[in-house]
Design a protein around this ligand. Structure first.
Ligand SMILES: Nc1ncnc2c1ncn2[C@@H]1O[C@H](COP(=O)(O)OP(=O)(O)OP(=O)(O)O)[C@@H](O)[C@H]1O
Ligand SMILES: [Mg+2]
Length: 278
C-alpha cells in the first residue's frame, strides 16, 4: 500500500484524500434484480484500484454506469469534481476518463491502425465512421498517425498495424484495447478484466504496462478475477458482492477479510483468495 492510503479506513465507501471519482447512492436494477446498489465510492487519484467480487456482483454494470454506457435509476457521480450524471460516453472520454472497449465484431474487421484512429475519434467527438474515411481529418490526421505509431511501438503492435484486429491473439487484443484508450490521453483509464484470455507469455508485459501508466501519473481502475494480478499491482482493493461494496483495503488485508471470503464461497466462485494462489 502506498502512503496515499495511510489515513484511509479499511471499510466500505471509505473517503479518499484526493478522489478523482466520487459516486453516491448509485442504484441500477433490471426488473426485480438489483445489479448495483453502491452507497459511496471513491477512487484515489494516481493510484491503481482493483474492483473485485464474485460473478454477477455488479462490477461490469457499475463500470458501464461510471462511463455513461448505462444509466442508473438513481445516483450521482463526479469526475474531478464535475457531475457526470446524464453525460454521454464520448463526453466522458473527452473529460479525461476512458474505459477500454472490447473488440466487437465490427472492430475486428478493421485494421489495428484503424482501431487506433477510432480511439482518437472518440476523443474529439468525431462521428464514429466518418473518422475512418481518408481526408476527413485533414490537419489532425498526421498528428493522429504519429501518436498511433508511438503507442503501437510501445505496445509492440507496430508490425501488426495493417492486420485485422480480429487476427490478433487474446493478449495482443488486450494491448490494442489499452493502446486505443491512450489515444485520447486520458487522466484515468478503466479496464474490465485486462488479463482474461491472455497467455502467460504476455501477462508480465501487460502488468508492466499498467504499472507504467501509473508511473506516468494516470489513475487506473480495473476489474479482475485473477487474484495474483490484483495482489501484484493494486494499491487498493474494493470488493463488491450482490451489487454492494462489502469491503475495501490494501490487497493483503482485504482478501483475508471473512466477509470477502464468505461472499466468494456463497457465490460458489472458483477464485482462490489464498496467498499462495497464482
Ligand atoms: N442488461 C442486463 N439485463 C438484465 N440483467 C443484467 C444486465 N446486465 C447485467 N445484469 C445482471 O446484473 C447482475 C450483475 O452483472 P454484472 O455483469 O455487472 O456482474 P459482474 O460483477 O461484472 O460479473 P462477472 O464477474 O461475471 O463479469 C447479474 O445478475 C447480471 O445477470
Ligand atoms: Mg463483468
Amino acid at each position: 500500500m502506498t502512503d496515499a492510503f495511510a489515513s484511509v479506513p479499511h471499510e466500505p465507501g471509505a473517503p479518499k484524500p484526493d478522489p478523482i471519482v466520487t459516486a453516491k447512492n448509485v442504484h441500477r436494477h433490471f426488473g426485480g434484480l438489483t445489479a448495483v446498489d453502491v452507497e459511496h465510492f471513491e477512487v484515489q487519484r494516481h493510484q491503481i484500484t482493483a474492483l473485485i467480487g464474485p460473478n454477477g456482483a455488479g462490477k461490469s454494470t457499475f463500470f458501464n454506469l461510471l462511463t455513461g454506457f448505462d444509466k442508473p435509476q438513481t445516483g450521482e457521480w463526479m469526475f474531478n469534481g464535475h457531475s457526470l450524471v446524464g453525460t454521454s460516453p464520448a463526453k466522458i472520454a473527452r473529460a479525461g476518463k476512458v474505459r477500454t472497449f472490447q473488440l466487437t465484431k465490427a472492430l475486428n474487421r478493421m485494421t489495428v491502425l484503424e482501431n487506433m484512429r477510432l480511439g482518437a475519434a472518440q476523443q474529439s467527438g468525431e462521428n464514429f465512421f466518418r473518422a475512418l474515411v481518408p481526408g476527413t481529418w485533414k490537419k489532425q490526421e498526421s498528428e493522429i498517425t504519429d501518436k498511433a505509431e508511438v503507442l503501437l511501438k510501445r505496445f509492440k503492435l507496430w508490425e501488426k498495424r495493417d492486420d485485422y484486429a480480429g487476427s490478433l491473439s487474446g493478449g495482443q487484443r488486450k494491448l490494442l484495447e489499452m493502446a486505443r484508450a491512450l489515444m485520447s490521453d486520458p487522466e484515468m483509464i478503466m479496464l474490465d478484466e485486462p488479463m482474461a484470455g491472455v497467455n502467460p507469455a504476455l501477462t508480465e508485459s501487460l502488468l508492466d504496462h499498467i504499472v507504467e501508466l501509473k508511473d506516468e501519473g494516470k489513475t487506473i481502475l480495473f476489474v479482475e478475477h485473477d487474484m495474483h494480478m490484483v495482489r501484484r499491482i493494486s494499491d487498493w482493493v474494493v470488493v463488491m458482492a450482490e451489487g454492494k461494496i462489502i469491503a475495501e483495503g490494501p490487497p493483503q488485508t482485504v482478501m483475508s477479510n471473512p466477509a470477502v471470503q464468505d461472499a466468494y464461497l456463497g457465490a460458489h466462485h472458483d477464485t482462490d483468495l489464498s496467498e499462495d494462489a497464482s
